[in-house]
Design a protein around this ligand. Structure first.
Ligand SMILES: NC(=O)c1ncn([C@@H]2O[C@H](COP(=O)(O)O)[C@@H](O)[C@H]2O)c1NC=O
Length: 524
């Protein structure tokens, strides 16, 4: 006889529940179930008692009241080691319930529908389910609470082996259950506090940002330390990370990821993901120090490295294509911290394995993005939608006498895309799908311009005929003058400065073609 004698199963998502119930029944567990679940189990010839028959009360109010009954909650909440509790159960002829398996009304899926009315949303707020989950989780020493169909197999396995569930398993299930109801209620509060008060019937108008913002994250790992060794840190992921996001990584080899590795890997991955052609991005301290697109990964790497071989030392290197042996041979010729790609060939994996310390991450490639970008400030949180603005040649407005050539337009779009991922003030020089010089994170735009110029000179690039991008408008003509002095003949920038006229006049003076995008890409 198992320690679990009676189980209550009440699930909206019925995935795997028939098998789970059948196996519990085979282990001698008596089953109670709510209407829909009970009829499914009965149809599958599994012996089950309807909760309504057990309590003697019918389900009522369109299912709003099914399990909210002392015979259910008494049976779950009574402490088995407390004589008073057990006597009280006996006096009311209430039997104990030892396992509760519940998943909740699909609130998230309901409100995700375009035509979801407030009434639909409200009806999909589960009441009896969370009450049972919380009762069972509170009484975890005596009751097992199962909220995730992914746990069914392991639970059956453990009961079969040990005739019961261990204290540790029950506690883990209880923690998971409270995390689940917290997330569920958080989601409801987020939805309700997004509703514009002007319209409280029909399909509500939803504001982008809720009045109270509740979010749940799952810890992937504790980190050895934070940005600096005296800081503590951990890495959390979204409950459902966006497709193609860093948190979907699989580490193939190498040392444990550090806080800075993860931050830099994210910067590299987000940048490389933005290119459709084979691309390589090398990141140091959250900024790309070399970016290139080419017909293959090896060439892309060689071109990206050539931008700034000094900064690339100890960098994070990302590709948006499967990485082959030749590329890995080349990449491991330099000191690197992390290598990321959607895939590695078997041969490439063998070669990189010799460099045990290099952290190698495989991430499925997809253009997905976080719903919101979050940034903590003292006592608060800044929330914004991600920068997902892309342009093509048709979006460019030529503002100078000189019009860029077709090749220059391609180069302008390339450096513009790179500039988007460089911390402001960002200036990027490049040509033929290769960055020539990157000026990042300066407090003045002209300083970023000077840095980009110096880096390009140090790397030995001839800037004649190259292009320049500025992530935001030029506040003065000085940046344009510095660019012109390098021999650069085409500039892309948002425009919109009060001194645009002065800036455009400078470009005309220097015979530069200038295009404006009308959009800026600050990144802090
Ligand atoms: N009202 C109640 O007493 C109640 N008890 C259980 N539920 C939910 O009813 C669902 C299962 O219903 P059915 O077995 O009828 O398909 C589960 O998602 C469960 O969380 C309830 N429904 C909503 O509150």
């Amino acid at each position: 006889m198992v320690g679990i004698k009676r189980a209550l199963i009440s699930v909206s998502d019925k995935t795997g529940v028939v098998d789970f119930a059948r196996q519990l029944a085979q282990l001698g567990v008596e089953l109670l179930s709510t209407g829909g679940t009970a009829s499914l189990l009965a149809k599958e010839n599994i012996a089950v008692t309807e909760v309504a028959d057990h309590t003697g009360f019918p389900e009522m109010l369109d299912g709003r009241v099914k399990t909210l009954h002392p015979k259910i909650h008494g049976g779950i909440l009574a402490r088995r080691d407390n004589a008073k509790h057990m006597n009280q159960l006996a006096a009311q002829a209430i039997g104990t319930i030892d396992l509760v398996c519940v998943n909740l009304y699909p609130f998230a899926a309901t409100v995700a529908k375009q035509d979801c009315t407030l009434e639909d949303a409200i009806e999909n707020i589960d009441i009896g389910g969370p009450a049972m989950v919380r009762s069972a989780a509170k009484n975890w020493r005596d009751v097992a609470i199962v909220t995730d169909s992914n746990d069914y197999a392991a639970i059956i396995d453990e009961i079969r082996k040990q005739s019961d569930l261990s204290e540790q398993t029950r506690f883990n299930l209880a923690r998971k259950a409270f995390a689940h109801t917290a997330q569920y209620d958080g989601m409801i509060a987020n939805y309700l506090t997004r509703i514009d008060d002007k319209n409280l019937s029909g399909i509500p108008d939803l504001q982008t940002f809720s009045q109270q913002y509740n979010q749940s994250w799952l810890k992937i790992q504790d980190l050895r330390y934070g940005e600096n060794p005296h800081q503590q840190a951990a890495f959390y992921r979204d409950l459902q990370p966006a497709e193609g996001s860093l948190a979907k990584y699989q580490q193939l080899q190498g040392k444990e990821l550090s806080y800075n590795n993860i931050a830099d890997a994210d910067a590299a991955w987000e940048t490389v993901k933005s290119f459709t052609q084979p691309a390589c991005v090398i990141v140091k301290h959250a900024n790309p120090c070399g970016v290139a697109i080419a017909s293959d990964t090896l060439t892309a790497y060689q071109l990206a490295l050539a931008t700034d071989t000094t900064s690339a030392f100890g960098g994070i290197i990302a590709f948006n294509r499967e990485v082959d042996a030749a590329t890995v041979e080349a990449v491991t010729g330099q000191f690197l911290e992390v290598l990321l790609a959607p895939a590695f060939t078997d041969e490439a994996k063998v070669i990189i394995a010799a460099k045990k310390n290099v952290r190698v991450l495989e991430i499925p490639l997809s253009a997905g993005a976080n719903q919101f970008e979050l940034k903590r400030v003292g006592g608060g949180l800044l929330v914004q939608t991600p920068d997902r603005h892309y342009i093509d040649a048709g979006d460019l407005k030529v503002v100078t006498a000189r019009v860029p050539s077709e090749q220059e337009i391609k180069d302008l779009l390339f450096v513009w895309n790179v500039a988007k991922y460089v911390k402001s003030n960002a200036i990027v020089f490049g040509k033929n799908g290769q960055t020539y010089g990157i000026g990042a994170g300066q407090m003045s735009r002209v300083d970023s311009t000077r840095i980009a110029a110096r880096k390009a000179q140090d790397a030995g690039f001839k800037l004649n005929g190259a292009c320049a991008a500025s992530d935001a408008f030029f506040p003065f003509r000085d940046g344009v003058d510095v660019i012109a002095a390098q021999g650069i003949k085409a500039i892309i920038q948002p425009g919109g400065s009060v001194r645009d006229e002065e800036v455009i006049a400078a470009a005309n003076e220097h015979g530069i073609a200038m295009v404006v995008t009308g959009v800026r890409h600050f990144r802090h």
